[in-house]
Design a protein around this ligand. Structure first.
Ligand SMILES: *[C@@H]1O[C@H](CO)[C@@H](O)[C@H](O)[C@H]1NC(C)=O
Ligand SMILES: *[C@@H]1O[C@H](CO)[C@@H](O)[C@H](O)[C@H]1NC(C)=O
Ligand SMILES: *[C@@H]1O[C@H](CO)[C@@H](O)[C@H](O)[C@H]1NC(C)=O
Ligand SMILES: *[C@@H]1O[C@H](CO)[C@@H](O)[C@H](O)[C@H]1NC(C)=O
Ligand SMILES: *[C@@H]1O[C@H](CO)[C@@H](O)[C@H](O)[C@H]1NC(C)=O
Ligand SMILES: *[C@@H]1O[C@H](CO)[C@@H](O)[C@H](O)[C@H]1NC(C)=O
Ligand SMILES: *[C@@H]1O[C@H](CO)[C@@H](O)[C@H](O)[C@H]1NC(C)=O
Ligand SMILES: *[C@@H]1O[C@H](CO)[C@@H](O)[C@H](O)[C@H]1NC(C)=O
Ligand SMILES: *[C@@H]1O[C@H](CO)[C@@H](O)[C@H](O)[C@H]1NC(C)=O
Ligand SMILES: *[C@@H]1O[C@H](CO)[C@@H](O)[C@H](O)[C@H]1NC(C)=O
Ligand SMILES: [Ca+2]
Ligand SMILES: [Ca+2]
Ligand SMILES: [Ca+2]
Length: 690
């Protein structure tokens, strides 16, 4: 059995080489015309008599009816197709030409103003031709030998029809008149190629016969009922300069296209959603077990009968086989990789719903690691939901619709979606990723409710939801080779942690020495499973290791954190804008020595040299591990709270035995330079797929 692709090509070639000179098997050459569509014979008098007799009017096609100038009859009217009708039938209000060219307004000189109005449709301004409802092109696009309308209307007979001045003149099938020197010069001057047809050129000197150009319908893109098509050898096609509207075989998606006179479609068709329908009886279940995704280039079927290994080709019936894929492709269903499976005598797989396939897969990481977007995955367009984390589900055509992650608000009405391509790439993801800022904005200042925070340091534990941006930072102790809690960090994005520079700045500090925990209680035993690895650590350039001014640092995580419940990141002063009171009450949340969250209160003093002082109310102290904790105060006109500084070091007389103090210095975040630094850092750390 010949392979399907070759067979298909064979049909196309046969069509192109069909001769129109009357050569035929079934019909009497001298007396009859053989219809292209079905080989039916019609009497020769009905050939090019302007009345369609063949099923799809192949007896009236311009490709067979266009005649040489010397064959044109002075007493007849020649339709644009070339067919001749009695001159008295022109403009009798009855379309006698099969293309209606005997009644076109241009021929019958009806009101030209009315005609222009009709062409203009709803178009305004410079545009005066409406191709399709809402699609407008300018005056100069009309009949300029360039197809501008998606449906080719600007170069169609309806628009371009001209009337012959002299007795004889040559007209393209779209009505455009041509100088006789352009005929048969092996150059297609008509968009439809009618100036180089064999009927027109016959045995002209130096003329080379080229079969009329045709563009075919494909299995994936079917002609709609608005397409006037031809048919030959059971394939449907249109000739050059003819428009076709196609519809995807499996969806409502439609588009127009126009055939060019070299046999190519003018535009690419938009891709259809799913795989083409399988019409191969060897793989669609007719002659053997269904292997709808079979591709001889990528899938190898191995027959295990008689316990010897041999390569099998579809159809597979009554056999035990395994499948093998090209190295870069994944076999699905994954559970059956390298496992024998039986095709039963009745051409069904022993396993229900077994659909062997070698495919590319899209990455689950790429869609789940953007800082402000949360994916929802679907099986094709509007298909059933699937698990975005299951990499074997992310096959080509998987559709992902994104929502702004918890803690973010959707800023635009744009839909945020991407699709997995046959190559296993997320189409549109990079663009979406790089424009996250435009789509989703921090929700930090909207739902924070600090009034519930009543705990003091050393007191009872408080609920982590009240300070859900707080995360513990652990650092490797090279002596014990264990990670130890060193500082407190603040999530300013799901993958970016703000802390004090001195927590990060030790000699030989490397990103791989740090780990960041989830928000919530800080456990005394560190379980690596719940910790986040660090991609990058950054210390603000103005930080001084001697005086510890500008003690600001940033930790960039390898993977963004998943927020739990109603958690959120913390607002920076820049997120809120406007008024900041840096002399008022402040609070600092952190962990106490038991690992529970707690909050202390105090007052801020005027910032100086990038620092401000926090003097805590009686009974409260901040201790060593509280470095990096955020100082929270009122900001913005709506009395929102936001993080204005990070705890840096203690001053004055503290309890140096325990490194605790009620009088601490914090590095402020309010300087424009720091704002630029942080924002630049955030921007530089958008990790988008290549
Ligand atoms: C796959 O099939 C096509 C035609 O269907 C054929 O041209 C090609 O050689 C085949 N490839 C292999 C690797 O068998
Ligand atoms: C032009 O627009 C009007 C109003 O929008 C509509 O009713 C009419 O059908 C349109 N005409 C054409 C030819 O599209
Ligand atoms: C084409 O089909 C649609 C629906 O299938 C129908 O509404 C319409 O009238 C048809 N148009 C023509 C020209 O047959
Ligand atoms: C037909 O012409 C177009 C544009 O001139 C060109 O892009 C295309 O490759 C040509 N097709 C063939 C089959 O030559
Ligand atoms: C398989 O393809 C054949 C030939 O085109 C067709 O007749 C048959 O209905 C198809 N079978 C299935 C199960 O799709
Ligand atoms: C095919 O044969 C198997 C085993 O004999 C049987 O279980 C199954 O129902 C049959 N399937 C069909 C579609 O006839
Ligand atoms: C904030 O918390 C207080 C005390 O629990 C409660 O009364 C108030 O409704 C909360 N406000 C919001 C906006 O949730
Ligand atoms: C590392 O652990 C040792 C032993 O517990 C301790 O003495 C040392 O201070 C730790 N180093 C740091 C930098 O914390
Ligand atoms: C933190 O610990 C306290 C005391 O054990 C507990 O009540 C609280 O629910 C814990 N919070 C979280 C987020 O685990
Ligand atoms: C805090 O420390 C500073 C600097 O040592 C000192 O001037 C100030 O008086 C102290 N304030 C309190 C309330 O202890
Ligand atoms: Ca006819
Ligand atoms: Ca044009
Ligand atoms: Ca020419």
């Amino acid at each position: 059995m010949s392979p399907p692709l070759l067979r298909y090509k064979g049909v196309v070639l046969a069509l192109i080489f069909i001769s129109f000179s009357g050569h035929s098997k079934g019909c009497d050459e001298d007396e009859e015309f053989e219809c292209l569509e079905d080989g039916r014979c019609i009497p020769i008098e009905r050939f090019c008599d302007a009345k369609p007799d063949c099923l799809y009017a192949s007896d009236e096609s311009f490709t067979v009816c266009k005649a040489h100038l010397s064959d044109m009859m002075a007493d007849k009217y020649h339709c644009a197709t070339g067919a001749a009708i009695p001159a008295r039938l022109v403009c009798n209000n009855i379309a006698d030409c099969s293309d209606g060219s005997d009644e076109l307004p241009q021929v019958c000189e009806r009101d030209p103003g009315e005609l222009e109005e009709k062409f203009r449709g709803n178009c305004t301004g410079d545009t005066d031709l409406e191709c399709l409802p809402g699609e407008c092109v300018s005056h100069s696009a009309k009949c300029n030998n360039v197809i501008d309308c998606s449906n080719g209307r600007d170069e169609s007979l309806e628009i371009c029809m001209q009337t012959c001045e002299a007795d004889k003149c040559f007209q393209c099938a779209n009505g455009v008149l041509l100088d006789s020197k352009d005929l048969c010069d092996n150059k297609m001057d008509c968009l439809d190629g009618s100036d180089e047809l064999s009927n027109v050129c016959g045995n002209a000197v130096n003329w080379k016969e080229v079969p009329p150009a045709a563009c075919h319908e494909t299995v994936e893109h079917r002609f709609t009922n608005r397409t006037v098509f031809q048919k030959g050898n059971s394939l449907r096609f249109v000739y050059a300069n003819q428009a076709a509207e196609v519809q995807c075989w499996n969806s409502d998606r439609k588009s127009w296209n126009v055939c060019m006179n070299n046999g190519s479609w003018l535009h690419d068709f938009p891709p259809c959603i799913e795989k083409v329908v399988n019409r191969n009886p060897d793989t669609n279940g007719t002659n053997g077990c269904p292997i709808n995704w079979y591709n001889n280039e990528t899938m190898l079927i191995i027959n295990w009968d008689d316990d010897s290994e041999s390569i099998a080709l579809p159809p597979i019936q009554n056999a035990r086989v395994t499948f093998r894929c090209n190295e870069d492709l994944t076999f699905l269903p994954y559970e059956f990789k390298d496992k024998p499976i039986t095709c039963q005598a009745n051409k069904t797989w022993i396993e229900l719903d077994f659909h062997p396939r070698c495919t590319n897969l899209c990455s689950p990481q790429q869609i789940s690691e953007m800082y402000s977007l949360t994916p929802r995955c679907y099986n094709g367009d509007n298909g059933s939901p699937i698990n975005c984390q299951d990499k074997y589900s992310l096959v080509p055509n998987t559709q992902v619709k994104f929502e702004c992650a918890s803690g973010f608000i959707h800023q635009t009405s744009d839909t945020m979606s991407v699709k997995c391509t046959e190559d296993g790439e997320w189409k549109g993801l990079r663009d979406l990723c790089e424009n996250q800022e435009r789509h989703c904005n921090y929700e930090c200042n909207h739902r924070l409710n600090y009034s519930e925070v009543t705990m003091s340091k050393g007191g009872d534990a408080t609920d982590s939801l009240q300070a859900s941006w707080l995360v513990p930072i652990y650092k490797l102790n090279s002596t014990t080779t264990k990670h130890e809690f060193v500082c407190t960090g603040n999530l300013i994005r799901l993958d970016i942690v703000l802390t004090a520079a001195h927590c990060l700045n030790g000699r030989n500090s490397r990103p791989e020495d740090f780990l960041v925990g989830s928000s919530g209680n800080r456990s005394s035993s560190v379980d690596l499973k719940y910790l986040h690895r660090v991609r990058n650590i950054e210390v603000y350039g103005a930080y001084s290791e001697v005086s510890h001014i500008y003690d600001v640092g940033i930790v960039v995580l390898e993977k963004r954190m998943d927020f739990k419940q109603d958690q959120r990141i913390v607002c920076l002063p820049y997120n809120v804008g406007s008024h900041l009171d840096l002399k008022g009450d402040a609070m600092v949340s952190s962990w106490n020595s038991d690992g529970y969250l707690a909050t202390v209160y105090g007052r801020l003093s005027e910032p100086k040299n990038g620092d401000l002082k926090v003097v805590l109310h009686d009974g409260y102290t901040l201790c060593k591990g509280d470095s990096g904790s955020g100082v929270i105060t009122t900001c913005g006109l709506d009395n929102h709270k936001c993080l204005v500084a990070v705890v840096s070091r203690n001053v004055g007389s503290g309890d140096h035995g325990t490194f605790c103090s009620n009088n601490v210095t914090a590095a402020t975040l309010i300087s424009p330079h720091l704002q630029d630094y942080i924002q630049q850092l955030i921007r530089n750390n958008i990790n988008c797929p290549e």
